[in-house]
Design a protein around this ligand. Sequence first.
Ligand code: NDP
Length: 265
Amino acid sequence: MDLELKDKVAVITGGSVGIGLAVAEGLAREGVHLVLCARNEERVKARAQEIADQYGVKAVGIHADVANGDDIDRLVAAIGAEFSDGVDILINNAGTGSEETIMDASDERWQYYWDLHVMAAVRLSRGLVPLMRKRGGGAIINNASICATQPLYYEPIYNVTKAALVMFSKCLANELVGDNIRVNTINPGLVLTPDWMKTATLLTENEPITPEQYLDKIAKGNAPIGRFASPEEVAHFFVFMCSPRASYCVGSSYYVDGGWLKVIT
Ligand code: NDP
């Protein structure tokens, strides 16, 4: 299938590792030019350069903390300077899990995750939609999580802010459909990114099991498919959803979770 993505321009937050990097590579393989954003400047620039070298596309790495409004203003200005003809795709992917109880978590903690998971998508959409209108339309994908619907008990702030991101996505989809901009949410389940390896290593430090055995137990105990997804398996779906081939997909949430979601929505 020709995904008709050649020479489109995509902005991916959290594009330097994990799901974001796999999506970046998937899009680059289709001939899409890229802006990758992350906080660690050295890493995001290095990954962008590698992608440019490997796939022959233009790929720019820009460091920014998307939880910070000033950084987003700077990022949007830099994107406008690099791609003055506009951009076609925005993937709000940067995010991270949390661990707290509602009784103990401070206002500051709530605010941080609200800024990271919700306001980043609000601010980047506001900043980049004018550049998408210039191209006659485009696609915005928000990476939420299965936890937006099916909460994990140890991370209420993550669950709540990801659920808010899903509702933001729906509202934005209604607002932008007339501009030929499709907005959708993807809700992954268990995806084996370096973050999970780090967590597993920490949690098994003094335990009689290896990080791999720990992860296997999590997968078998949760996802009916019995294993984690690779970032690439999830990225394939992101790439399709970015493409004009998904032209009738508007305002929805799609689960890529190996059967983990226990209800129908
Ligand atoms: P990783 O931790 O592997 O990568 C996160 C990426 O986001 C990195 O590039 C990181 O770079 C960047 N990032 C983190 N915080 C910020 C910030 N404040 N500003 C800019 N960039 C930032 O994450 P995953 O690939 O595992 O997850 C990606 C998204 O998918 C997240 O939103 C997560 O909630 C969601 N998700 C993940 C699942 C999983 O099982 N892995 C399941 C469901 C959803 P740097 O540190 O340099 O900033």
